[in-house]
Ligand binder design. Structure first.
Ligand code: GRF
Length: 222
């Protein structure tokens, strides 16, 4: 049976390393998805070049163009609706969004730490890794989660730990965590494509491969 190909909107604000990773996985046949649109909250960011190279439609939606969070969010989700996407994937996206009802549990994010540590408003980029090092944590990693109305707060789909070494700098730790992200994010999207993800309150359960038949009523599938 062929896998469902998910239609994605990828939202970026910067270098687009995760976007590039998705493009590479899709080309290699290791991610059953297509990117229907890339939306950037900042114009002229380098990540847009990856979309251009692949002829993926691009939209720029800047927060400063809108008076309210609601209007800004709707502008983004209207593009996603028009593109008929299954999931909205935040990939280095640095703006808060208000998730409308029809996109609840259909917006994903990856954060470069093991949530609930080193996350929330203001924790992005190397700030996260610098805080991990400052704290003396021995483990860090990445977290793929559904997005709700708060920063880095929704149900966790999967996490990948990485070790923190004594001679790490924020840049070195960033690179090690990002290598884990390059595996984790496509893996999470593949789980969704395979229909293996169920949400119970804020807990996500992952069904074993090819075993979607034992669901009980009340479970929500995506
Ligand atoms: C990653 O560290 C990810 O965890 C976070 O943004 C970073 C990727 O941004 N959400 P970019 O793709 O390099 O712009």
């Amino acid at each position: 049976m062929s896998k469902k190909k998910l239609r994605l909107a990828v939202l970026i604000s910067g270098t687009g390393r995760s976007l590039k990773n998705f493009i590479d996985h899709i080309s290699a046949g290791t991610l059953s998805a297509e990117i229907a649109v890339v939306i950037s909250s900042v114009s002229n960011v380098t990540g847009l070049q990856y979309a251009e190279e692949e002829s993926i439609p691009i939209e720029i939606v800047e927060r400063s163009q809108f008076d309210s969070l609601n209007e800004f969010s709707e502008a983004n989700f209207n593009i996603c609706r028009a593109a008929g996407v299954d999931y909205v994937v935040l990939a280095g996206y640095l703006r808060l969004l208000k998730i409308p009802k029809d996109f609840e549990n259909r917006v994903l994010n990856i954060h470069p730490s093991l949530i609930p540590s080193f996350c929330g408003k203001g924790y992005y980029g190397n700030i996260v890794h610098a805080k991990v090092l400052e704290y003396g944590a021995k483990l860090s990693g990445c977290t793929v989660h559904f997005v709700d109305q708060e920063y880095d707060n929704g149900p966790i789909i999967l996490q990948k730990p990485v070790e923190v070494r004594e001679d790490d700098t924020p840049d070195i730790l960033n690179a090690r965590v990002f290598a884990a992200e390059c595996i984790a994010y496509p893996e999470a999207i593949s789980l969704l494509a395979d229909g293996r993800v169920s949400i119970y309150g804020r807990t996500v359960k992952i069904a074993p491969p090819n075993n979607n038949k034992n669901q009980k009523s009340g479970e929500i599938d995506f």
